[in-house]
Each structure stands twice: as structure tokens, then as C-alpha cells.
Design a protein around this ligand. Structure first.
Ligand SMILES: Cc1ncc(COP(=O)(O)O)c(C=O)c1O
Length: 346
């Protein structure tokens, strides 16, 4: 069976595992208050040029999203998400379970725009309706697309004008940053949003994400929020050790471009590109253009059934009566032969 299911189906990239092994016998304080977590937080602050940022090492994407949103919002406030957004579609109502409405803004491709945000704002009238107070976006989007600097700046500008917090889910942030067409840097992101996270789980870590909070009111008592949500890991250092191994540049720690994180991301994007090009050459139809490491392909249901015998992937959604969209995701260890194998099978 060849896996195109997701980018978290493997364990850790060996250099990440090495970093855990090397530090294994060290005694430290717990819950992220240890030398490794301080070092990694310091590295991230330098990478974004924000010494005042607050960094929290989180276990996974859902707790990061849910707790950050809950920490930012008052009980009568909600968050605007693209209709394809992970918090709206794939987190089992976790944000709602923490007491906050998720407003789904209609988008053609999962990418939020100032216009779509404004449409949601129109529906708020008075104390009889929930106040939209935060905007949630993913970069890359749920469908693998990316925001340009101009697009992000426009969203950020609107959020500032309307008094909305802007939060970016970066579960696959590396693949967006490594994308050849991207003009949005990590530093730009830190300048444009109020909070974002650098995802590790899907990019070479065993698990873990680095959350960056840039607004003091979101950070207020944040560790209490994490603990109360049962997500403050006693061995929190395991996350920061992994993130440091991923984010540190090869010769200069601050050269993000040469980091393992960016190398793995580029590898994933390159192979996804080869896959998308191969499919198009064979006459197959993509649902959306391939941009990062996710390829969405429209296939006859009968072909999907046959393909499932040797390949493991998600059937994403129905396309019409006889066809569906499948999602093929490359991972940091994907091989050219695997790409060729699925192209040959098709
Ligand atoms: C964009 C995005 N955000 C958040 C998550 C949730 O992460 P986790 O499964 O670690 O809770 C995922 C997982 O697929 C994701 O794709």
C-alpha cells in the first residue's frame, strides 16, 4: 500500500528523532518551562524579529485552534472561518464546544477575502446576535492554495479597521512558505496577524506545533487556558526540541531557508508538482490547481475503487453522480517512485 493519505502518516524525520534522543537523559523542569523550550522560543522570536512575541508549544492543531480562539474571545463573540476551514469542517465542533460560534464565510476555493468577511459582519446587529470578533484562516488553505502578501495585507487591514483579531492556522505553514509562487514570508505573517502557529505534526515532527501570540490580550492567562483544556503537556520539552531541530538553519541558526523545515516542505511541494503535471499530461482533471503538497483530482468512482487496492488516500467530496474528488498528499518521505507508481496505475 502506498500512502497519499496525509502528511502525518509517518513518525518523525530521523534528525528530529535524533534531537529527542540526544536530549533524552537531561533532567529539566516540566510543562514547557525548560531550557529547550526557552531556546526554541528564542529562535522563533528571532526568526520573526519580534522579541515581544509569546511562544507556546502545543500538542496538536485542534487544541491550538480551539484554545487560541477561546482565549481571544468573550462568551458572546464568534470567529469567522472560510466555509472549507478546518475549524468549521473538521474539528467536530471543538470551537463551539468551548462556547464560540464559527461563522462560515462562503468561498469558491477555501480562500477568505475581505468581501466574504464583510458579508458575515453585515449579519451582526445587536445583543441578540453573536459578535464576529476574530478571523480564522489557514495558510495554505484547506484546499492547498496560498495567500499572497497583498491578499493577506488586505485581510489584515480590514481586521484592524473592524476591530477583529486575525489568526492563522499554519498546520502546513512550511509548504506555503516554500512555495515558489509565495511572496509572503514568516516575518510578513508575524507583522500581519495577531496569532499564528508553525505546524510540526505534518512537517517532520512526531507531533507538536509552535504557537506565536502577538497580541497581549490573547496571551493573558494563556497557560491557564491550555491547562484547563487538558492540553498542557508535562513533557512539553518534547515539542520544542522537535521544532528547534526543524527550524534551525544549517550553518546559521537564523537562516530559515536552509532549515530542515523548509527542505522538507520544498520536497513535498516538488513531488506534488510532479504528480499534478503527470496527471494533467495523462488528461486527468484537477479539481483545483496544485500549489502546495495537496493534489485534488476528479476521478470516476469506479477508478477510485480500483485505485484504493494499492493506494491509501482520502475521497474528499462528491463531484457529481459518477465522479468524486480524491486528495493526494505528499509527505516529507515521499519518493519519486511512488509518484510514478500512481501515475502508472492511473
Ligand atoms: C489546517 C489544519 N488545521 C488543524 C488540523 C488539526 O490538527 P490535529 O489533527 O493535530 O488536531 C489539521 C489536521 O488535519 C489541519 O489540516
Amino acid at each position: 500500500m502506498i500512502y497519499f493519505r496525509s502528511d502525518y502518516s509517518l513518525g518523525a524525520q530521523p534528525k528530529v528523532l535524533d534531537a529527542i534522543s540526544k536530549t533524552n537523559m537531561a533532567h529539566t523542569d516540566g510543562y514547557g518551562e525548560d531550557v529547550f523550550s526557552y531556546e526554541c522560543a528564542d529562535l522563533i522570536k528571532k526568526l520573526i524579529d519580534k522579541p515581544e512575541a509569546n511562544i507556546h508549544f502545543m500538542v496538536g492543531g485542534t487544541p491550538t485552534n480551539t484554545i487560541t480562539i477561546a482565549a481571544a474571545l468573550k462568551p458572546y463573540e464568534g470567529v469567522i472561518s472560510p466555509d472549507a476551514g478546518h475549524i468549521y469542517v473538521h474539528e467536530t465542533g471543538s470551537v463551539e464546544a468551548h462556547g464560540h460560534r464559527v461563522f462560515a464565510a462562503p468561498t469558491p476555493d477555501g480562500k477568505l477575502t475581505p468581501e466574504a468577511i464583510e458579508k458575515v459582519l453585515l449579519h451582526h446587529e445587536d445583543e441578540h446576535t453573536v459578535i464576529p470578533k476574530m478571523v480564522y484562516i489557514t495558510h495554505p488553505t484547506e484546499n492547498g492554495g496560498i495567500y499572497t502578501k497583498a491578499e493577506m495585507s488586505a485581510i489584515s487591514q480590514l481586521c484592524k479597521e473592524k476591530g477583529l483579531y486575525l489568526y492563522m492556522d499554519g498546520a502546513r505553514l512550511g509548504t506555503a512558505l516554500a512555495c515558489a509562487d509565495s511572496d509572503l514570508t514568516l516575518k510578513d505573517i508575524a507583522n500581519l496577524v495577531d496569532a499564528f502557529y508553525i505546524g510540526g505534526t505534518k512537517l517532520g515532527a512526531l507531533f507538536g506545533e509552535a504557537l506565536v501570540i502577538l497580541k497581549d490580550e490573547i496571551n493573558d492567562h494563556f497557560r491557564y487556558m491550555v491547562k484547563r483544556a487538558c492540553a498542557l503537556l508535562a513533557k512539553g520539552r518534547l515539542i520544542s526540541i522537535q521544532l528547534k531541530a526543524l527550524l534551525e538553519g544549517e550553518s546559521d541558526p537564523l537562516d530559515l531557508e536552509s532549515s530542515l523545515y523548509m527542505q522538507l516542505s520544498k520536497h513535498e511541494n516538488n513531488l506534488a508538482k510532479k504528480l499534478a503535471e503527470g496527471l494533467t499530461k495523462k488528461g486527468y482533471e484537477l479539481w483545483l490547481p496544485q500549489v502546495t503538497n495537496q493534489v485534488f483530482l476528479i476521478l470516476d468512482n469506479t477508478i477510485i475503487e480500483k485505485l484504493e487496492k494499492d493506494f491509501f488516500f482520502y475521497t474528499w467530496c462528491k463531484y457529481d453522480e459518477t465522479r468524486s474528488v480524491i486528495r493526494l498528499v505528499t509527505n516529507w518521505n515521499s519518493k519519486e517512485e511512488e509518484i510514478q507508481a500512481i501515475l502508472n496505475a492511473l
